[in-house]
Design a protein around this ligand. Structure first.
Ligand SMILES: NC(=O)c1ccc[n+]([C@@H]2O[C@H](COP(=O)([O-])OP(=O)(O)OC[C@H]3O[C@@H](n4cnc5c(N)ncnc54)[C@H](OP(=O)(O)O)[C@@H]3O)[C@@H](O)[C@H]2O)c1
Length: 308
């Protein structure tokens, strides 16, 4: 397939590119930066320099090209999202960015469309059943400042799964991790990434596993479906960051009270002090033939440490 990959220069994009190429796909990679375009070209990707949110220029840039599929992996989180306002730009990419990418799909003649999503759409504050599947309410307001995030997650899925003529698929990834996660590594090394004693579980997925599920979804995903893409063993934020610090050779993260985190980093605290969620990725196992290579963050971080 010929694929327009929006986010080819991102953390997941960098892992996804070689996996797509290995599967025999050709990639046109969208980036806003001429420097990233040079790096993409060196990796065998045809760069397309454009800002997806600048609709007219973006559509002009894709005009005359063709693709079989569009993959939306855009985000605006170059630093960790600590406050609700840090999510605004990413919300926009999920809402208006999706609209523009769907318009681009029409220009390109692409019928297949994969969009990224995240399991946090099941709700940060809800009391969840023991195992959450894709039929659970998703992207619903919680009457909390996280509602903007949920509205944007609902928007990308509504558009991608509901556009006639588009074979839309949504990948509800767990929280990414791996050595290619510069934000977490930087924060742990600088000892500015706190944890609390809260034991709520956070679904996670190694970058390589997230990329593998995405490649499989391109050809095997059932149109109109959403897929949870998470490993089998969600752990608490504290356990996750302790494993990460060990793998990265960073000091153990420091423990702070939950109330302090909620007061100082309110959006990050949703994940670190409120979320208690376990999802099943059984649908992805069955339809995509995907199983995570790293069943838990401890396996993934151990393997990462061995390659340092
Ligand atoms: N990180 C997680 O834990 C997680 C979990 C679940 C889902 N996701 C989703 O998975 C996707 C990939 O995440 P990631 O961590 O790989 O993101 P990332 O490293 O922050 O990469 C973001 C990408 O988006 C591109 N981008 C941002 N704004 C753009 C715009 N206006 N026009 C064109 N390109 C733009 C960037 O390209 P340039 O800067 O080169 O222009 C970059 O390639 C995202 O959609 C994210 O929301 C992430």
């Amino acid at each position: 397939m010929r694929i327009l990959l929006a986010g080819a220069s991102g953390t997941l994009g960098r892992t996804l590119v070689p996996q797509l190429q290995q599967a025999g796909h050709t990639i046109v990679g969208v980036t806003r930066s001429p420097e990233s375009a040079v790096r993409l070209r060196a990796r065998g990707v045809q760069p397309l320099v454009a800002d997806v949110l600048d609709r007219d220029r973006f559509l002009a840039a894709v005009r005359g090209q063709r693709a079989d599929a569009v993959v939306h992996e855009l985000t605006a989180l170059s630093s960790a999202p600590t406050h609700y306002r840090s999510m605004r730009a990413t919300n926009e990419l999920r809402d208006r960015g999706t609209t523009h990418l769907l318009e681009a799909a029409v220009e390109l003649g692409a019928t297949r469309f994969l969009t990224q999503s995240i399991v946090f759409g099941y709700g940060y504050r809800r009391t969840h059943p023991p195992l959450v599947d894709e039929d659970a309410p998703f992207g619903q307001p919680e009457g909390a400042p996280t509602d903007g995030v949920h509205a944007a997650l609902a928007s990308t899925e509504r558009q991608v799964l509901g556009t006639p003529g588009i074979e839309g698929i949504s990948l509800r990834y767990g929280l990414f991790y791996g050595l290619d996660a510069p934000v977490v590594a930087r924060m742990l090394r600088r000892q500015v990434l706190p944890v609390t004693r809260f034991e709520g579980k956070v679904p996670t997925v190694h970058h390589e596993d997230a990329a593998a599920a995405t490649v499989a979804a391109l050809t095997r995903g059932v149109p109109g479906s959403a897929y949870n893409v998470a490993d089998d063993t969600p752990v608490s934020w504290r356990r996750h960051m302790t494993a990460a610090a060990r793998a990265l050779g960073a000091p153990a993260p420091f423990v702070v009270p939950a109330w302090l985190l909620r007061a100082s980093l309110p959006y990050a605290a949703e994940l670190m002090t409120r979320l208690d969620l376990r999802v099943t990725s059984e649908r992805a196992h069955r339809d995509l033939g995907w199983t995570p290579r790293y069943p838990s963050v401890e396996d993934g971080w151990r393997a990462a440490a061995a390659t340092r």
